[in-house]
Design a protein around this ligand. Structure first.
Ligand code: DHB
Length: 422
């Protein structure tokens, strides 16, 4: 074990005049820490939190400002195991007050709703709690625990990942230059990851799929239209009814990937949404002003390997799923649960060899989630080329899911998450 690996304290040297960094460039500070984390979204910060609890210090950096991360709308569903981790690992218990436990979802097709009762089928539930709140809780926990996080950085550089002394350099938001000397570097830098490109081109394999549609997501100041999520298939395209609070709702509808949000007035949005949920039961959405709108691109993506030398990828940096089924954040949190355990072992007596455990355990769930997200997406969306036969076939598939306990259980098991592998 190297000296740095055994250190559980930041060693920060401040000497603006000195040529401290390896490689000759001047930096203002050099910090030695066991783990450097590139990407301070929920995956990076949850990893930092878990490692802190194990007595392992980290420094995390992110190109985005804290404000930017906490206001960018993302998914809203987390598995109950991940929700309970936030509480039990001391991040925050706010989810218990501000979140909503959901014991099922509705699948709606041919104008009728069919409830998938998670509690009854698999004795599980999920929590409606936006990713922005998960981030805010984790960022506050870092502050409370004295964790070092630099937001709004520029010019990140990761070097020497094949050596036992990789470094991360960056410019902080105040213009100062910093170097982190770590034993391990974690790339949790999201779907536009720079870290994933550090794995040599000839060694990495990228699995990729695009879709001929996207989601138009919006927030609306309106009361809840349904107590749980409604995933609606219709001949006009897919719609998803989600919630945020009693007075703020989150909804999505299938659109063209090149759609321009400015072309959508509130009236046009509501007309589209109402048409997609209409049915003989008279279900209608409670309307209100639209306060935020954006287009979400669909992509299925996995890069392997998830580790190269002393660099390890986690979350969207290694894999992206289309949003249907809300697997993205859950997968990322699962990655870092395994990774925290593996890094703790690697920094202890087992050394670097322990890292070999990470990828197979993480990937098992990644590919199952890739299949689930793909399956939900193709079952519920109507491609631009869909024929009347295709729509009817999808209704047949949905009927197969909701009409038997086996079908409903298959969906419920995957929506609520799988047990950790290994
Ligand atoms: C939400 C997003 C999803 O992708 C999903 O499947 C369910 C809910 C949301 O933002 O609430």
């Amino acid at each position: 074990m190297s000296e740095i690996a055994s250190s559980t304290e930041n060693l920060e040297t401040e000497n603006p005049q000195a040529d401290l960094a390896s490689g000759g460039a001047t930096v203002d500070t050099v910090t030695e820490v066991p783990v450097a984390i590139v990407g301070a979204g929920p995956a990076g910060l949850m990893l930092a939190h878990r490692l802190h609890r194990a007595g392992i210090d980290t420094v995390a950096i992110d190109l985005r400002t804290r404000e930017e991360i906490s206001t960018t709308q993302r998914a809203g569903i987390i598995e109950s195991d991940a929700a309970m981790d936030l509480v039990e690992l001391g991040v925050s218990d706010r989810i218990l007050r501000d979140g909503y436990e959901h014991e099922g979802v509705d699948l709606r097709f041919a104008g009728e709703s069919h409830r998938i009762d998670f509690k009854d089928l698999v004795d599980a539930s999920v929590w409606l709690y936006p990713q922005t709140d998960v981030f805010i809780d984790l960022a506050d926990a870092r502050d409370r625990d004295g964790g070092k996080v630099y937001y709004g950085i520029t010019d990140p550089e990761v070097r020497d990942i094949e050596s036992s002394a990789p470094t991360v350099r960056f410019t902080a938001d105040d213009g100062t230059r910093h170097e982190i000397r770590a034993r391990y570097v974690v790339g949790s830098d999201g779907s536009r990851s720079m870290c994933r490109h550090l794995i040599p081109e000839g060694e990495r394999k990228q699995y990729f799929r695009e879709y001929p549609f996207a989601w138009f997501g919006f927030l609306t100041e309106a009361p809840m239209s349904a107590p749980e999520l409604v995933y609606a298939h219709s001949e006009h395209g897919f719609a998803l009814i989600s919630q945020r609070t009693e007075s703020l709702q989150r909804m999505y509808f299938q659109c063209d990937p090149t759609e321009n949000v400015d072309a959508w007035s509130d009236e046009r949005i509501w007309e589209t949404m109402q048409a997609r949920v209409a049915g003989a039961d008279g279900f209608t959405l409670k309307e209100g002003p639209v306060t935020e709108k954006s287009v979400l691109i669909f992509r299925s993506f996995v890069q392997q390997p998830m580790r190269w030398g002393n660099l390890v990828l986690a979350g969207d940096a290694a894999h992206t799923v289309p949003p249907t089924g809300a697997r993205g954040l859950n997968l990322a949190l699962h990655d870092v649960k395994i990774l925290a355990e593996v890094l703790e072992r690697a920094l202890g007596s087992e050394g670097e060899a322990a890292l070999a455990d990470y990828e197979p355990r993480a990937l098992n769930r990644v590919w199952r989630a890739q299949n689930f997200s793909y399956w939900m997406t193709q079952m519920l969306h109507t491609p631009p080329s869909a024929s009347p036969f295709d729509i009817k076939r999808q209704e047949g598939e949905l009927d197969n899911v909701v009409s038997t306990r086996a079908g409903r259980t298959y969906l419920a098991e995957q929506y609520t998450g799988w047990p950790s592998h290994g």
